[in-house]
Design a protein around this ligand. Structure first.
Ligand SMILES: Cc1cc2nc3c(=O)[nH]c(=O)nc-3n(C[C@H](O)[C@H](O)[C@H](O)COP(=O)(O)OP(=O)(O)OC[C@H]3O[C@@H](n4cnc5c(N)ncnc54)[C@H](O)[C@@H]3O)c2cc1C
Length: 335
C-alpha cells in the first residue's frame, strides 16, 4: 500500500514577551510543501497569536488554526501549551489524526523543542530533534540532517511515513519562492479550546535571585569562557552587558567553575541563542559551544590565542588578553 504523501504542520506558541513571534517553522512547512507538492498547515496558540497570524498570512499556508479560547494563566508551561495544541489537532476541521502522515515542525528554542518532544511521545511520532537541513526526495521521503556527537558527525534521518516532529532553524528547507507566494488563499480556523484543570504538570518556579537580563531573546550577548577564569572578569562582562543593553552568557566550563548560573550556558547542552551580536571572551569555539549560537549571529571574539578556532567563525577577532581589552572597552562605553 502506498503511504499518503507527507503533510507539514507548524506548531507555534506566540508568547507574551515583547519579541516578535518566530514564524520559522511556518516558513519551513511552506517550503517543504512546495518541494513535495503537498500541503502546509499551522496551529498557533498564545497571547501574541493575532500578531503571529498577521506575519503568517503572506506565507500562503493551506490553513492556519488559531486557538481563541485562552486561559490567561501565566507563566505558560509546556504542558499547558501541549494540551492546547493536542486538542486543536483533534478539533480543527479535517484535523490530523494521530496516525496520519504529518511532520510537525517547531522553531529551535528550548520551549518549542520540549513541546515537540512531548508531542512525539504522545503521538508515537519519530522525534527528529534539532534539524540543520531538511528536504523531500522525489519519492516523497523526507530527509533531515542533524549534527551528532557534538558536531563531529552529520546524521541524515529518513522519514516515511510519519508522524514525526522536528525543530528547525530559518532556511533549513531552503527559501520560499516568493514568485509563487501566496500559493494558497489561507483558510483560518478559530478554535476555542480550554486547558482542563489538572491537564498540565505543575512546575514550581524557583527564584535564582537573578537581577541581570536573561540570555534568552537578548539582542547582544556578552559571553565568557574558561579563559575569563575569575569572578572579576565576569563582573566586567555583566557591566559591559548592562551598558550594551545585552545579557551575559557563558560556556560550560565557566558554568562548571561557578562563574555564571547554568541558565546562562550557551551550547549543545545549554541555551540556543540568536542575538545580533555575540561577544565571545576567552571562549575557544568548540562545536559544542557554537551549536548554541544561531548561524546568522555576528560573532566578535576576544582570545589570547591567535590560533583559537573561534576566530574562524567570527566577523571580528581581537587577539589579546581580556584583562587589557575588557577594561578598555568599558572605558570607551563609559565615555
Ligand atoms: C556532550 C557535550 C556537551 C557539551 N555542551 C556544551 C555546551 O552546551 N556549552 C559549552 O560551552 N560547552 C559544552 N561542552 C564542552 C565543550 O566540549 C568545551 O569543553 C567547551 O565549550 C570549552 O569551553 P571554553 O571555550 O570556555 O574553554 P576552552 O576550550 O578551554 O577555551 C578557553 C579559551 O580561552 C582563551 N584564553 C585563556 N586565557 C585568556 C585570556 N587571558 N584572554 C583571552 N582569552 C584567553 C584560550 O586561548 C582558549 O581559547 C560539551 C561537551 C560535551 C562532550
Amino acid at each position: 500500500m502506498t503511504a499518503e504523501p507527507m503533510r507539514f504542520c507548524a506548531l507555534l506558541f506566540a508568547g507574551d514577551d515583547k519579541a516578535t513571534p518566530d514564524i520559522t517553522a511556518l516558513t519551513v512547512a511552506r517550503a517543504l510543501a512546495d518541494q513535495s507538492g503537498t500541503t502546509a498547515h499551522a496551529l498557533i496558540v498564545g497571547p501574541q497569536r493575532a500578531r503571529a497570524l498577521e506575519l503568517a498570512m503572506p506565507l500562503g499556508l493551506n490553513d492556519i488554526a488559531v486557538c481563541s479560547g485562552m486561559d490567561a494563566r501565566q507563566p505558560w508551561q509546556s504542558g499547558q501549551i501541549l494540551a492546547l495544541l493536542a486538542d486543536m489537532l483533534i478539533a480543527r476541521p479535517g484535523g490530523h489524526a494521530a496516525a496520519s502522515n504529518v511532520l510537525y515542525l517547531v522553531c529551535a528554542d528550548p520551549l518549542h523543542e520540549e513541546i515537540a518532544a512531548r508531542l512525539a511521545a504522545r503521538l508515537g511520532a519519530v522525534p527528529l530533534g534539532r534539524i540543520q537541513s531538511i528536504g523531500v526526495e522525489p519519492s516523497g521521503v523526507v530527509t533531515a540532517a542533524r549534527s551528532a556527537y557534538g558536531g563531529r558527525l552529520r546524521a541524515t534521518q529518513c522519514v516515511q511515513p510519519g508522524p514525526a516532529t522536528a525543530s528547525v532553524r530559518a532556511g533549513a528547507a531552503g527559501t520560499v519562492d516568493s514568485a509563487v507566494a501566496p500559493r494558497n488563499p489561507t483558510t483560518v480556523h478559530d478554535i476555542a479550546v480550554q486547558i482542563a484543570d489538572g491537564s498540565a504538570f505543575e512546575i514550581v518556579a524557583c527564584s535564582q535571585a537573578e537581577i541581570h537580563a536573561p540570555v534568552d531573546g537578548a539582542r547582544i550577548v556578552v559571553s565568557g569562557g574558561r579563559g575569563v577564569g575569575d569572578p572579576a572578569g565576569f563582573a566586567l562582562l555583566y557591566d559591559i552587558a548592562l551598558q550594551l543593553d545585552g545579557a551575559v552568557g557563558a560556556s560550560l566550563p565557566a558554568v562548571d567553575a561557578g562563574l555564571a548560573p547554568v541558565a546562562r550556558q550557551v551550547g549543545q547542552s545549554g541555551k540556543y541563542v540568536r542575538p545580533d551580536i555575540y561577544l565571545a571572551v576567552g571562549i575557544s569555539g568548540t562545536p559544542q559551544h557554537m551549536a548554541g549560537i544561531d548561524p546568522h549571529t555576528r560573532v566578535v571574539a576576544i582570545n589570547a590565542d591567535p590560533e583559537a578556532p573561534i576566530f574562524g567563525m567570527s566577523r571580528i577577532g581581537i587577539v589579546g588578553d581580556w584583562k587589557q581589552i575588557l577594561p578598555a572597552l568599558k572605558r570607551t562605553l563609559d565615555e
